[in-house]
Design a protein. Sequence first.
Length: 339
Amino acid sequence: MATEAQTLSRKRQRRLEEFIAPFRVAPGTKVTLAKDFDPAFKGGLNKKKEGVALLDEGVQLLAEYQARLAAQDTWGVLLALQALDAAGKDGTIRHVMSGVNPQGVAVHSFKVPSSEELDHDYLWRYARRLPARGEIGIFNRSHYEEVLVVRVHPDLLDRQKLPPRTKKGDIWKRRYRDINEWERHLTDNGFRVVKIFLNLSREEQRTRFLRRIDLPDHNWKFSSADVAERGHWDEYQKAFSEMLSHTSTEWAPWYVIPADRKWFARISAACVLVKALIDIDPRYPTVTKKQRDALQEIKRTLEAQAPKGAAPDPFEASGEAPAAHEHEHAATGGNGHPG
Ligand code: AMP
Ligand code: MG
C-alpha cells in the first residue's frame, strides 16, 4: 500500500505535470515566439496568493529532492536559464533556490567571454562549469548565448578566432547540432539538462527598465547596453524562435515560461525543476546487510572505549532516538564513506 507521502507526491506530481505542459516546446516543432507563446499567460492561477502557496510547496519539494540527489551522488542537474534583459533571471534563481542547501547548488553567470575563453572552442567555458554528480548547477545565461547574442552581433563571432573554413555554410545549424549532441552526451552520462526561457513582452521590458531608472536602489541594475540590445528586439525574437525550434529535444526540451508576472515565472520555473527531479527520483543510499554488520562491529569497538562512568552508548541508554540527520549519516556512512 502506498504511504500517505507517496500518494500525496503522486497527486502533486500530476498537478505539476499539467501545470507545466503548456510551456514545453515539443521537439521538432517550428516555433514563432510572438505567435506561439504569450508572455502574460497565467494559466490556471488567477491570484498571486494561490501562486505564493504553490511556490512555497515547490521550494519545499526542491529542498527534499536536492537532499536526496546529493546523498545518492549519481545524477547531476544542469539548469540553463535564458531570457531577454529584465526578464527576471536573478530573482527567479533567488526565489526558486531559497530553500535548498547551498552546498548542493552552484550558480554560474556567463558574461562577455574573456580572452582565455576566446582561445578555446565555444563550449569550453560552459563545460568547465558543469555540475558534479549530486549537484544542481545553474547557468545564468548559458551556452545558448552562442546562438543568440553571437548571432545577433556578427562581430562577436569574428572575435571567436575561428578558422575561416569553419565559418562556411550554415554555422548556426551546426551549432544547434553540436549543442544537441553535447546535451545528449551529458544526459546519457547522468546529467539531466533542464532549459528554461523566460519570455518577456516588449512593453513589460520597457516598464521594468523605467523602474530601474526611477528607483535609486535599482539604478545599478540598469545598463545603457540593455537599451541598445532592446533596439535589436526583432532580431532577438527571431534568434530565440530559431533556437527553440532547433534545440528542443526529447532528452532536453525547452520550457518557455511567461515572464510578464514575476511571481508566475518563479512558480513555473520551480515546477519545471521539480519535475526533472521527480523524473530522476533520487533515493538515499540503502545499507546492505554486510555494511550493517560492519557498523555493528565498529559500534562494539566504540562502546568498549567508554570512559569509566559513561554510558557505552548514550543513545541506547537514554532510549532517545538520534536526530533524523544522524540517521542519514549512518546510512551514507555505510556507503563506504565513514565519518
Ligand atoms: P549581464 O547578464 O547583465 O551581467 O550581462 C552579461 C552580458 O554578457 C550580456 O550583455 C550578454 O549578452 C553578454 N554575453 C554573455 N555570453 C556571451 C557570449 N558568449 N558572447 C558575447 N557576449 C556574451
Ligand atoms: Mg544586464
